[in-house]
Design a protein around this ligand. Structure first.
Ligand SMILES: [Fe+2]
Length: 253
């Protein structure tokens, strides 16, 4: 069995990989002047171009919503989004832009979603959900249950970062509640790379995203990670993680 799997991996490594134009990136900090990402329009337009060159055609801006650190002004978000849309209409008409937040979970998050202080991804009911890396599993569970009870679906951001999310039973429990899982491009090189590979093999990861803040952050980009995933797990897995499942998330109404 193992021998067969290794042979398949070797065969995949020899296959030429063509990165399709049509990737969907659900998590980035590219919107200008609203958090610790792109500081101005020039950086924002450069990063949109970078994503386009990586093959991304569906890009969701997700400024941090964490009132302890960032609480972007709605007017500034709207202004930067308009600038981005105008740029894409002129330069990349086949790029579709979406708006949401990366929402740091707090006791009042459901109320803040209701009063539109923060937003799900695009027109969907999926909330890109962030916890502090040391949050306990029971707190995570409590918060996601609150979100689900309010009619939202959590997409847990960069799950490779959470110290207390290691037990496969806990992961399966969250999955059975309806929680979706996102990993960053660097997850395959993280201390949790074995767990992440197992979750990918079992089809439990819903999206790989870039979480890009700047052009030079050191981590692999989305195109490089697509190629890595296609070679290691197969083209079908790469297509699911970078295109099909993320688009399904944006269409979850
Ligand atoms: Fe982020």
């Amino acid at each position: 069995m193992l021998f067969g799997r290794k042979n398949r991996e070797k065969e995949r490594a020899r296959e030429p990989i063509e990165i399709p134009a049509g990737l969907c990136d659900l998590h980035c900090h590219i919107l200008a002047g609203v958090d610790d990402g792109a500081p101005d329009d020039e950086h924002m337009l450069d990063l949109i171009t970078y994503e386009y060159e990586c093959g991304v055609r569906h890009l969701c801006f997700t400024p941090h919503y964490n009132p302890a650190l960032f609480e972007p002004k709605p007017e500034k978000i709207a202004e930067s989004f308009e600038t981005a849309k105008k740029f894409c209409a002129e330069s990349f008409p086949d790029m579709t832009l979406y708006l949401g937040n990366e929402v740091f979970m707090r006791p009042d998050t459901v109320e803040r979603l209701r009063d539109r202080s923060c937003k799900p991804l695009g027109d969907s009911r999926v909330v890109l959900t962030e916890f502090h890396p040391t949050t306990t599993y029971s707190d995570m569970r409590m918060y996601v249950v609150k979100l689900i009870s309010a009619g939202k679906l959590p997409l847990l951001a960069h799950i490779e970062r959470y110290d207390k999310l290691n037990d496969p039973q806990d992961i399966m429990e969250l999955k059975s509640l309806g929680v979706k899982f996102q990993i960053n491009t660097e997850a395959f090189e993280s201390p949790k790379k074995k767990l992440i590979a197992r979750l990918v093999e079992e089809g439990l990861i819903d999206a790989v995203a870039d979480d890009r803040h700047s052009r030079h952050r050191g981590e692999p980009n989305l195109a490089e990670t697509y190629e890595y995933v296609a070679k290691r797990f197969g083209n079908h897995a790469a297509e699911a993680l970078f295109i099909r499942r993320p688009l399904n998330i944006l269409n979850t109404l």
